[in-house]
Design a binder for this molecule. Structure first.
Ligand SMILES: [Zn+2]
Length: 156
């Protein structure tokens, strides 16, 4: 392990910078939510936004199920980090929402990737001959960089 990695580990940072920045934003948004508990034993909640967030959508009402790692907004499922609604729900029952963050967002896990030695890739001349199927691109599927996209309409 390099000196830089060792210093990151000893710095006391548990979560990656990306994770921390995401959580800071979601925690600040969670202050503007009202939580109704439906089934406390099942960890199911209804979370209401009380102000309009700058996300280009109207005030929302979301059902949250902490056990199933679900929020109607879809952010929790997509990012695997608790969204503001989940944070608000956790806060209402004094549940540690940091425990919902998977290990892949921990500094220790990220640095473990670099524990293994990487073998250098040999010169292209020494690569084995490829015997599989050869694929070709379809030039009609290529995105036009400027102007209108190419029309795919079949004109009769
Ligand atoms: Zn949500």
């Amino acid at each position: 392990m390099g000196k830089r990695h060792a210093s990151i580990l000893t710095s006391g940072h548990v979560y990656t910078e990306t994770c921390i920045n995401f959580m800071k934003l979601e925690i600040s948004k969670s202050n503007n939510h009202r939580v109704d508990s439906f089934d406390r034993s099942n960890h199911t909640f209804m979370v209401h936004e009380i102000i309009v967030l700058r996300e280009g959508r109207p005030i929302g009402h979301f059902s949250v199920n902490i056990s199933n790692k679900w929020c109607d907004c879809g952010k929790y499922e997509a990012k695997h980090m608790p969204c503001s609604h989940v944070i608000a729900a956790c806060f209402s029952i004094q549940y540690n929402y940091w425990s919902l963050i998977p290990d892949v967002y921990k500094v220790e896990t990220v640095l473990k990737v670099y524990d293994e030695a990487f073998q250098p890739i040999p010169n292209k001349r020494y690569w084995p001959q490829y015997e599989g199927v050869k694929l070709c691109h379809n030039p009609l599927m290529q995105r036009v960089k400027k102007g209108r996209p190419k029309s795919k309409r079949i004109r009769t």
